[in-house]
Design a protein around this ligand. Structure first.
Ligand SMILES: [Zn+2]
Length: 595
């Protein structure tokens, strides 16, 4: 709070010209925040399952045809519109025509920055220019009447974020000028004030939840006060953040994804307005997710709705629906929230949650096809399959590329005195410590393997601290070794801290032993469990219909040929358990009776 009132009063009292400078300062993390995010370009994935998915998603979205993506916008503008119709949600008569264009631009801009890929950057520029040419005299940013009617705020948010990412990450200069134009073009269609959508079954839905985050950012980028005022008008203080900050459980019955992504707006409001109530809302929201709403995967919201806690409703959901978690959107919202909480608190527990939903959510999502078929819901019931959403180009087609593009943001965090390592994944980080460029290379087979090795390269010795997240599931703090020699490390907020004067060629290594364990679906059904090992949920692959119980975890033995695969040689046929992210088209069972 120490800077909060000052900031708000300051912002209220300054003119538009001064606002740009003021809010750019406000965009920085609060000086007291223990961690902050690195830029997309600081981190490279170098191997392992995250890179594997990252590369496939990059290729899938690079292959999207620009003419097809722009077709609905060009038709509205009366321009020649070559290319086949997209169909599905995106098409001219679809649920929300053109809704995800901004998200595809965001995802490609982020990937282009992280991989320094000029073809990615060029595609971002082409999509921005193609879109700009359709805006017309009124700067109308909607592709068809359905887009104006159903989700105008939602689409405006995606446009703003896409244009800002294009400008900030791909250097598309024209995108900066388009930010205020699409906002003003949207004004006749968006509400003056934001309202929560509780119980609302028919359009317009408003969907202002995450829009304040983009509006505050647009104010910082352009200095235009109108963005700031509208962001304030859309913050769901009275309906949502205030009761959440006061410790009330306001989740049950609410739309799940909307209310988790809304906490990204709370995070931005905290940084801009300096009001710590938003941090309390974020923390309490996260705690409620973990303690009352969450499946073993870190997913939540059966049928997209938060359940009533302590009534056995997660258990009930296993047989009443196949729509257990809106995976790409929900994971994206949860991972963003976890990153913001990590930065604000420096507490590793948020990294534990991030890791859970990343490895068992986004990473485990079905791979999209090339023509609009996308994953949406994950199914946690017995004898399940990973399936596509029945309509092409759903919301999750937008968050899938954004979420995967953000993998590089979730691995390392900047601390005042060094770097915090949140995720164990083959990767490389480059940063400057006290004027000395440093490269940290992480080698690991995690999450399947247990060993992690960090290698430092620097031209001259430099002192800094490395913080290593000790996962909550780890049985004990591992023995850390520097250049092979055991070192003592204090554990602070769940991170083991090694501070020393590092020299080029130094290594830091440790093991995170992983054992199988089970987690009950909810408190009323302790016998219905999922099996986990380290951060991963394991499922039975191609289960027999007669398998009423899980194989006992003590019986699971590593398969000789494939890392990560375990078999239980019990009964007539051996039973196979694999990480959920291994599953492609085969049937699987996640929850079953204790073996
Ligand atoms: Zn979705």
């Amino acid at each position: 709070m120490q800077t909060g009132v000052t900031r708000r009063e300051f912002l209220a009292g300054v003119g538009a010209a001064a606002l740009a400078g003021a809010t750019q300062a406000a965009a920085l993390p609060l000086s007291t925040d223990p961690l902050s995010e690195f830029d997309y370009g600081a981190v490279q994935l170098t191997g392992g399952p995250l890179k594997c998915q990252y590369d496939r998603i990059r290729a899938a979205y690079m292959a999207l045809d620009n003419d097809r993506l722009l077709r609905v916008y060009r038709l509205r503008a009366g321009l020649p519109a070559p290319g086949a119709p997209m169909g599905g949600w995106y098409g001219r008569d679809g649920f929300v025509p053109g809704h995800s264009l901004g998200q595809y631009i965001s995802g490609l801009a982020r990937i282009g920055r992280a991989t320094d890929d000029s073809t990615c950057v060029a595609k971002v520029g082409q999509l921005v220019e193609g879109f700009a040419a359709t805006l017309g005299p009124n700067d109308l940013p909607f592709a068809a009447p359905n887009a104006e009617r159903v989700w105008p705020c939602y689409i405006l948010d995606k446009h703003l974020a896409g244009l800002m990412d294009a400008y900030n990450l791909s250097g598309v200069k024209h995108a900066l000028e388009l930010v205020p134009r699409v906002f003003r073009g949207a004004l006749p269609y968006i509400p003056r004030l934001g309202h929560d959508r509780v119980g609302k079954k028919h359009p317009p839905y408003d969907e202002t939840y995450v829009l304040p985050e983009s509006l505050f950012s647009a104010c910082e980028l352009t200095g235009d006060r109108a963005f700031y005022d509208r962001a304030l008008a859309y913050l769901l203080d009275r309906d949502y953040f205030d009761p959440l900050a006061a410790g009330q459980d306001v989740l049950p019955g609410r739309h799940a994804y909307s209310h988790v992504i809304a906490l990204s707006s709370a995070s931005k409001a905290r940084l801009v307005l300096g009001d710590e109530k938003y941090l309390r809302a974020m923390k309490n929201g996260w705690a409620l997710l973990e303690s009352t709403q969450q499946y073993a995967t870190g997913g939540w919201g059966p049928n997209e709705t938060f359940i009533e806690p302590r009534k056995g409703q997660l258990f009930e959901s296993l047989r009443t629906t196949a729509d257990h978690f809106e995976t790409p959107c929900g994971s994206y919202a949860a991972i963003k929230l976890a990153r913001y909480l990590l930065c604000a608190t420096g507490e590793a527990r948020y990294g534990d949650g991030l890791e859970r939903v990343l490895f068992n959510g986004t990473l485990a999502a079905k791979e999209p096809d090339s023509d609009g078929d996308y994953p949406y819901y994950s199914t946690y019931g017995a004898q399940a399959h990973k399936v596509f959403y029945p309509q092409k180009w759903p919301c999750c087609s937008g968050t899938l590329v954004e979420g995967v593009a953000d993998y590089v943001k979730s691995i390392y965090f900047r601390a005042a005195d060094g770097v915090a390592i949140n995720l164990y994944a083959p990767s490389q980080l480059k940063w400057t410590e006290r004027g000395t460029p440093v490269t940290l290379t992480q080698e690991t087979e995690y999450p399947l393997g247990e060993s992690v090795k960090l290698r430092i390269a620097c031209t001259s010795p430099v002192e800094f601290a490395l913080q290593l997240r000790i996962p909550g599931w780890a049985a004990s703090t591992p023995q850390l070794r520097v250049n092979g020699n055991p070192v003592h490390a204090d554990v602070r907020r769940g991170f083991a801290v090694v501070r020393r004067r590092w020299t080029g060629g130094d290594t830091l290594s440790f093991k995170l032993p992983q054992q199988f364990r089970t987690e009950a679906i909810d408190g009323l059904h302790p016998e219905t469990v999922a099996i986990l090992r380290g951060p991963l949920v394991y499922v039975e692959r191609s289960p027999a219909a007669s398998d009423a119980k899980h194989a006992p975890t003590e019986a699971l033995q590593p398969a000789a040929d494939t890392p990560g695969v375990f078999a239980a040689p019990t009964g007539a046929l051996p039973r196979t358990y694999v990480p959920f992210y291994f599953v492609r088209d085969e049937a699987y069972t996640m929850y079953s009776q204790h073996g």
